[in-house]
Write a protein that binds this ligand. Structure first.
Ligand code: SF4
Ligand code: FES
Length: 252
C-alpha cells in the first residue's frame, strides 16, 4: 500500500491507483466530468485538478484522474491555486456547452462563479433606442443586477406597436397576436399585452388601441394619416392603388 496525504489527511492506496481513485475510495470529493472507471483517463475536462505540494518547489496543479499515487505525495483539493484552475476549467467547458445544466449545477455545487448563459441579446440597444427616441413610449430599459446587464420591460409603458420586435436583430423580442390580444415579449418577460382593434375597411384585427391613440396624438402631421390610420396596411394599399388609378383615368 502507498501512503499519501490529501488535505492533510493520511490515505492508503493500492499501487498504480490515481489520486482521484484514492480520493473517491476515501470519500474525498474532487469534481470531475470526463473520468469513467471503465475507461482510460483522457484528462479532457480539467475539472479534477489538484495542487501537488512540493516542499521548496513551485506548487503545481495536476489532473487527479491521471496522477498516480506515490509514497508521501501531498495533495490539496481546495487551495487558491486549485480554485483558480477549477474556475478556468468550468468556464472553458461552458464556452463549448453554454446550456449544459449538469456543468452549471456542478459549478454551483463547488461554489464556482461562472459566466451566465447567453440570453440571445447582443446589447445593441436598438429596441430601447427606437422605443425612447421614435415611439417615445419608454417601454424598455437596460438594467444591471446580479443577473448581469440586460434589457427589461418598463411595466405599463408598451403601446404594442411592435417596432422593437421588428428591429431586434436576434429575434429575441417577439409579437404574438392571439384571441384579439397582442403580446410583445422579450424572452419570458412580457413587455406589453394589449387588445387589438379591427380595421374599419376589412374588419381584420390589426393594431392595438393604445397604438392607434398614440398615432392620433402624436403623429398626425399628414392629413392622410388622420384619414387612414384606422385602416390596416392592406386596405391602405388598396385605397392608394385605387386613387392612383383614378388620377390616371382623369389625367391628373
Ligand atoms: S433585445 Fe434585441 S434589439 Fe434589444 S438590445 Fe437585445 S438584441 Fe438588441
Ligand atoms: S476527470 Fe476530466 S480531466 Fe480529470
Amino acid at each position: 500500500m502507498i501512503k499519501i496525504f490529501i488535505d492533510g489527511r493520511k490515505i492508503e492506496a493500492k499501487e498504480n491507483r490515481t489520486v482521484l481513485q484514492a480520493a473517491k475510495k476515501n470519500g474525498i470529493r474532487i469534481p470531475h466530468l470526463c473520468y469513467h472507471p471503465a475507461l482510460k483517463p483522457s484528462g479532457s475536462c480539467k475539472l479534477c485538478g489538484v495542487e501537488v505540494v512540493s516542499p521548496g518547489g513551485k506548487p503545481v496543479v495536476m489532473l487527479s484522474c491521471i496522477l498516480k499515487v506515490k509514497e508521501n505525495l501531498e495533495i490539496l483539493t481546495d487551495s487558491e491555486l486549485v480554485q483558480a484552475h477549477r474556475k478556468k476549467a468550468f468556464n472553458k467547458l461552458l464556452q463549448m456547452a453554454p446550456d449544459a445544466a449538469r456543468i452549471r449545477n456542478l459549478a454551483n455545487e463547488w461554489g464556482v462563479a461562472v459566466t451566465p448563459p447567453p440570453d440571445g441579446c447582443i446589447r445593441c440597444r436598438l429596441c430601447i433606442r427606437v422605443c425612447n427616441e421614435i415611439v417615445k413610449s419608454k417601454a424598455l430599459k437596460m438594467v444591471t443586477d446580479e443577473k448581469g446587464t440586460r434589457v427589461v420591460p418598463e411595466p405599463g409603458q408598451c403601446i404594442g406597436c411592435g417596432t422593437c420586435a421588428n428591429l431586434c436583430p436576434t429575434g429575441l423580442i417577439r409579437i404574438k397576436d392571439q384571441d384579439g390580444v397582442r403580446t410583445v415579449s422579450i424572452k419570458d418577460d412580457i413587455i406589453g399585452q394589449l387588445p387589438l382593434e379591427r380595421c374599419e375597411g376589412c374588419g381584420t384585427l390589426y393594431a392595438t388601441e393604445n397604438f392607434l391613440r398614440h398615432v392620433e396624438n402624436s403623429l398626425l402631421s399628414h392629413p392622410d394619416t388622420k384619414e387612414h390610420h384606422h385602416l390596416c396596411p392592406s386596405c391602405i394599399k388598396l385605397l392608394s392603388n385605387r386613387a392612383a388609378a383614378e388620377r390616371k383615368r382623369i389625367g391628373k
